[in-house]
Every structure is written in structure tokens, then in C-alpha cells.
Write a protein that binds this ligand. Structure first.
Ligand SMILES: *[C@@H]1O[C@H](CO)[C@@H](O)[C@H](O)[C@H]1NC(C)=O
Ligand SMILES: *[C@@H]1O[C@H](CO)[C@@H](O)[C@H](O)[C@H]1NC(C)=O
Length: 218
């Protein structure tokens, strides 16, 4: 078969376009913990798959009542390999009535005044009554540069105290994830029931965009 120079040129151009197209994705890699330099589309797919798995977990993996002790295979990661040692077990079964339900009723709302009162306590360096100490105030104060101008997620909240500390230290956006349905009437603060968060991110094919997570283990 004889291919003219013109056809050959065209084929080369098409090949180049295909190569650029195939490589386009991998040039748009994500950098950051957990992303392992994956392309955005691969990372998104992994996230959405994980969200779907969490939204509809394998019933065999759900323990009722919840486990009383940290499972052996999770122990090291949970304690950050001993950096956050577990000093004692304290067990409360807090499966809320709305923890699995799809009833969208909002159980409680926090007004700007409610949050302002908590922020005022932080400002005055008062402890949160349930904790009785100021370790969290101090810790976040000492590491405030990690929170300032950042989008922060707080995982697990009964009272938005950690949120108030983050607010005081200049977080620009605060998201609470919990198994209760509550609502903030405050700009730049958003409370999600975990199911609602997962549904929204699965439906809109969104990756969460938090800079910092504050995981409450107590
Ligand atoms: C949803 O929950 C609220 C509060 O518990 C209750 O008053 C309401 O009847 C529930 N709605 C449905 C459709 O079950
Ligand atoms: C915060 O920093 C101060 C001063 O360096 C230090 O004394 C204190 O122990 C720190 N607090 C915490 C909870 O790490």
C-alpha cells in the first residue's frame, strides 16, 4: 500500500492529538494526602465508589450493638501508631433515632447568637462544660495557622464547640458531619447528616474540598 506524504502527515497529526488527549488526564494530577498523585477523574471515581459503599454498607459489616473496644486490626491507625494512646474505654451506645432514617426533619437549629455565645467562651478562654478542661482551646490556639483561612470539617458533634474554636481562629468555612440532622443559621457553616452529605456528593459527583479535618474521638 502506498501512502502519500499528505496522508502520512494527517495520520501523524491525528496520532499526536490522540496522544495529547490520552495524556491530558494524567497531567491533571492531584497532590495531597491520600490522593497519591492520581488523576482527578480516577480520584473522583474512587471517592464516589467509596461514598456509595458508605451510603449502602454491607449489612454484614454493621455491628449492633456497636463494638465496645477498638477492633485489633484498626487499633494502630486509630491511635495514630501510639501518638494518641487509648487510656481507657468509655462506652455509650448513642445510636440516635435519626441515625439511619431518611426523615429529613431538622431536630435543632443553631442561630448566629448560639454560635456567638460559644465563640465568646472561646475568646474568654473558658472550657466547654462537658470537657471541663482547656486542652482543645490551647491545642487549636497553638496550631491556629492550620485553621486560619481554611475550610474545616468537624467529624462528630454534639455541641459545636470545636466548630466555635475553629471559627474563632479564622476558619473560612466549617462543615459538621454527624448522624443527627441539625442546621446552622450561620453563613459559612453547614451541618450535614452523613447520609445527606453522601447523597449530595454521589448525585452531583463532587469531591469534598476540605483543607483540614478535626476528628473528635471523644
Ligand atoms: C419525622 O420526624 C419527626 C420528628 O421526630 C416527626 O414528628 C415526623 O412525624 C416524622 N415524619 C415522618 C414522615 O415519619
Ligand atoms: C501550647 O503551647 C504552649 C506554649 O508553647 C505550651 O506551653 C502548651 O503546652 C501547648 N498546649 C498544648 C495543649 O499543646
Amino acid at each position: 500500500m502506498i501512502i502519500s506524504n499528505k496522508t502520512l502527515g494527517l495520520i501523524v497529526i491525528i496520532l499526536l492529538i490522540v496522544i495529547v488527549f490520552l495524556n491530558y488526564d494524567s497531567t491533571d494530577t492531584l497532590v495531597g494526602p491520600g490522593t497519591r498523585g492520581l488523576s482527578r477523574s480516577t480520584y473522583l471515581k474512587k471517592c464516589i465508589d467509596l461514598y456509595k459503599k458508605e451510603r449502602n454498607p454491607d449489612p454484614k459489616l454493621i455491628k449492633r450493638p456497636p463494638v465496645r473496644e477498638i477492633p485489633a486490626d484498626m487499633y494502630d491507625e486509630f491511635t495514630m501508631y501510639g501518638k494518641m494512646p487509648n487510656r481507657k474505654y468509655w462506652y455509650i451506645n448513642e445510636v440516635y433515632s435519626d441515625s439511619t432514617s431518611n426523615n429529613k426533619t431538622i431536630m435543632q437549629e443553631y442561630s448566629i447568637m448560639d454560635i456567638a455565645k460559644l465563640v465568646e467562651k472561646v475568646k474568654n478562654n473558658e472550657p466547654q462544660p462537658h470537657y471541663g478542661d482547656k486542652v482543645l482551646n490551647e491545642l487549636m490556639g497553638n496550631y491556629s495557622s492550620y485553621v486560619k483561612d481554611k475550610s474545616v470539617v468537624v467529624i462528630g458533634t454534639q455541641l459545636p464547640w470545636v466548630e466555635a474554636i475553629a471559627y474563632y481562629h479564622g476558619a473560612t468555612y466549617i462543615t459538621t458531619l454527624d448522624y443527627t440532622r441539625k442546621k446552622y443559621r450561620v453563613a459559612n457553616m453547614n451541618w450535614y447528616h452523613v447520609n445527606d452529605f453522601l447523597d449530595e456528593h454521589i448525585e452531583k459527583r463532587k469531591i469534598e474540598e476540605f483543607d483540614v479535618d478535626l476528628l473528635k474521638k471523644i
